[in-house]
Write a protein that binds this ligand. Structure first.
Ligand code: HEC
Length: 127
């Protein structure tokens, strides 16, 4: 019985301490995306729009150009491309980055921003 407890404890400790290393970055990115952006955005092929446009093909896409989405004047044919730097500035504080946008979102945590950006980038690689 004593051995069992020790083994169980060992397993729990091992599992807990190792799980970050096992975690799949893409999965962590997907979860962060759903938590941070999922209320307003879908990022799936053919997934449609919510309050915001579908972000499946957003990485590398010129801003404000997804066919069929009704952008604000601030974003419509914005003239920049969604690369890492543009996305980081945008999700840090969308309304400061492009005044007049109707996306009301800020994320102060750089680690969370990076997870989401890397996830969107990984989707672009599948397009
Ligand atoms: C409260 C709703 C809401 C949340 C939360 C939100 N967005 Fe948005 N997003 C929008 C809306 C609305 C637009 C369209 C903005 C406009 O037309 O001014 C938009 C536009 C965008 C665009 C421009 C896409 C294009 O085709 O040019 C990107 C990129 C984007 N969002 C990324 C994100 C990311 C990444 C997150 C999460 C970290 C996020 N958004 C969270 C509502 C939201």
């Amino acid at each position: 019985m004593r051995m069992c407890w020790r083994r169980a404890l060992y397993t729990v400790v091992l599992f807990t301490s190792c799980s970050p290393a096992w975690a799949d970055d893409t999965d962590a990115g997907r979860k962060q995306f759903v938590t941070s952006c999922g209320t307003c955005h879908i990022a799936e092929k053919g997934g449609g729009t919510r309050q915001g446009p579908n972000l499946y093909t957003v990485y590398g896409r010129p801003a404000g150009t997804l066919e069929g989405f009704s952008y604000s004047a601030a974003l419509k044919n914005g003239g920049w491309v969604w690369d890492e730097a543009a996305l980081d500035r945008w999700i840090t504080d969308a309304q400061a980055a492009h005044p007049g946008t109707v996306m009301n979102y800020r994320q102060a945590n750089p680690a969370k921003r990076l997870l989401v950006i890397q996830y969107l980038k990984s989707l672009a690689a599948q397009n």
